[in-house]
Design a protein. Structure first.
Lengths: 294, 272
């Protein structure tokens, strides 16, 4: 064998061995643990009032955060691409900040500003709105950490979607609504769906920011990740496993659905699965394209 | 319409980002610079900074080596199970940090096969540095790989083949041909790794045991201060990490500019 072939095989073994040990092995561990005591035990665990409440709250809050993120993310992407206004470059640079800020710091910042001790929190309280240790705080924390997803997956699409396509539609006699519905929407939909689903999956698993703002009140403000943490701390691995597995399954199902929705007709499934898993990374990367275009 | 849209975007950014950031800075420095410095120079805080730096450096080293190796294998080789391997690499993005830490406990915790074996060897993994490094490796692994794979695919193997024909050995080819082409991408992935490693909280909290002055990173120290109602301390250290995030963001922008120049040039080389 030549030196080249030997190197290739050695590199391949190193890469496969490393990934299997680092990523697959822990996943297998949780898989085994969840089936150890059978399906009945699993169902019992997730139907515990506290577990059930945590899972419901997490999914609901994540859905609300996803909807708000989709609306304001689309609006922000649109405004940042189409309008020129003072502070545009500043806002555009700020979009990536949630990727760089530790989630715990995000939670601390939100708790400080919207807690009852700050002027704004006190003002909101007199208006009857409690943000901290309540659902709005959880949604706000989820919004903070997922903010870049929709904006960054839409911006490149909106840039490529030249205005002349819309103008062509107008020339052909389309109303603004028709132009929007038949030209703009179909071309931005895959990007929007990617942003939306990644937001949902990220919000579902969020811990660092939520643990600060939620206050961990069982049955009321305890999200799934915080519940799992509590179960680990109180040496109940079985309860932690069951809820973790539910969160993992919902995340993977959401990603599979995204794959189905955005799959161009005729493509093979495995290649696309891989694209979906790397979609989250593409969002991070897309920004570099934006910068080189600006 | 236009004015309404722009105002709404400003409002959204202010409520989510600008407001919280500004208020944290006000709170951190609100009681004067001396109080801020006192909190940041506390032995527990300083220990936290050092531990975070130590973990980040080790993780960075691993990710650069294994990230580059994995990217080269994914970009240059075809083998059975490649799609599966590629899917696995992206998996850490969609796993909650707490679950990441919990999986490690299930794997090497007391009573497990691996845990017992390491215990017999006298190696402490859980509630010690190795576990904290392992979970950080898990959550940061995709960064370097996903950054380098497309670049390696774009530059192709022509130059490497030429070097091989001219008699260079594999190590020389890597150092003289491949590395110069991928270094900015590598720097970008490395910076993302640093950001995530410094900021990691959930996974580290679960596996570290959060032992004072021993396994308490900077983020864990903030959490501890906050839970102990030392808000000024939590805000002060949080402000330091926030400043680090801004720094990282600036470095990312700089590297991005360089790396897009590099990839543009290399893709031109491929197309010409």
């Amino acid at each position: 064998m030549s030196q080249h072939t030997v190197t290739k095989l050695a590199l391949r073994s190193a890469a496969i061995g490393y990934v299997l040990c680092l990523i697959l092995l822990p996943l297998t561990a949780i898989g085994f643990q969840s089936f150890e005591d059978g399906l009945t035990r699993f169902m019992d665990d997730i139907q515990q009032p506290q577990a059930k409440a945590a899972l419901t709250l997490t999914i609901e809050a994540a859905l609300v955060a996803t909807v708000i993120n989709a609306l304001f993310g689309t609006l922000s992407a649109w405004v940042l691409v189409r309008y020129d206004f003072p502070g545009r470059a500043f806002l555009n640079a700020l979009v990536d900040l949630p990727f760089a800020v530790p989630t715990l710091v995000a939670g601390i910042m939100i708790a400080a500003l919207y807690g009852a001790t700050s002027p704004i929190g006190a003002w909101l309280n007199t208006g009857g709105i409690e943000v901290l240790y309540n659902v709005p705080g959880i949604v706000l924390a989820m919004l903070f950490v997922t903010m870049p997803f929709t904006i960054r997956s839409l911006q490149p699409v909106l840039m490529e979607l030249e205005q002349d396509q819309e103008e062509a539609a107008y020339t052909l006699g389309a109303t603004p609504w028709q132009a929007f519905w038949h030209v703009t929407v179909p071309s931005v939909l895959p990007g929007l769906l990617t942003g939306v689903f990644l937001t949902f999956v990220r919000a579902l698993g969020e811990f660092g920011s939520v643990v600060i703002v939620a206050g961990n009140i069982p049955l009321k403000t305890q999200v799934a990740a915080v519940y799992v943490y509590g179960e680990i701390e109180s040496y109940n691995p079985q309860g932690a496993t069951s809820v973790s597995v539910v969160v993992l399954i919902v995340s993977f199902l959401a990603l599979l659905l995204l794959e189905r929705l955005t799959r161009p007709p005729g493509q093979r499934l495995p290649a696309l699965l891989q694209q979906v898993f790397s979609a989250q990374f593409l969002v991070l990367r897309s920004n570099s394209k934006l910068n080189s275009q600006n | 319409m236009r004015r309404l849209f722009i105002s709404l975007v400003w409002l959204y950014f202010t409520v989510l980002l600008i407001g919280p950031i500004a208020y944290l800075c006000v709170q951190a420095f609100g009681e004067g610079l001396t109080v801020f410095l006192n909190e940041v120079m506390r032995p527990e805080a300083v220990h936290g900074f050092w531990l975070s730096a130590e973990i980040t450096l080790i993780v960075l080293l691993f990710n650069i080596i294994f990230g580059t190796v994995t990217a080269m294998v994914l970009a240059r080789q075809r083998f059975w199970g490649q799609t599966f391997l590629s899917g696995l690499i992206d998996l850490p993005f969609s796993v909650s940090p707490v679950i990441t830490g919990f999986m490690l406990i299930l794997l090497v915790g007391p009573g497990t096969i691996l845990g017992t074996w390491f215990g017999a060897m006298g190696i402490k993994i859980l509630y010690a540095l190795p576990a904290m490094i392992l979970v950080t490796l898990f959550v940061t692994f995709p960064f370097v790989v996903r950054e380098l794979t497309p670049i390696l695919m774009a530059i192709g193997t022509d130059s490497e083949e030429a070097a091989r024909t001219l008699g260079a050995n594999e190590w020389q080819i890597f150092l003289r041909v491949t590395l110069p082409a991928i270094r900015w991408g590598m720097a970008y992935g490395a910076t993302l790794t640093i950001a995530r490693a410094i900021g990691e909280f959930g996974a580290v909290l679960v596996v570290s045991g959060n032992i004072l002055q021993l396994t308490q990173t900077a983020t864990l120290h903030i959490y501890q201060s906050y839970v102990d109602f030392n808000y000024v301390g939590a805000y002060a250290v949080a402000a330091v990490l926030l400043a680090v995030s801004f720094l990282i963001l600036i470095v990312l922008e700089l590297v991005k500019a360089r790396s897009s120049v590099m990839t543009d040039r290399s893709s031109q080389m491929v197309s010409s």
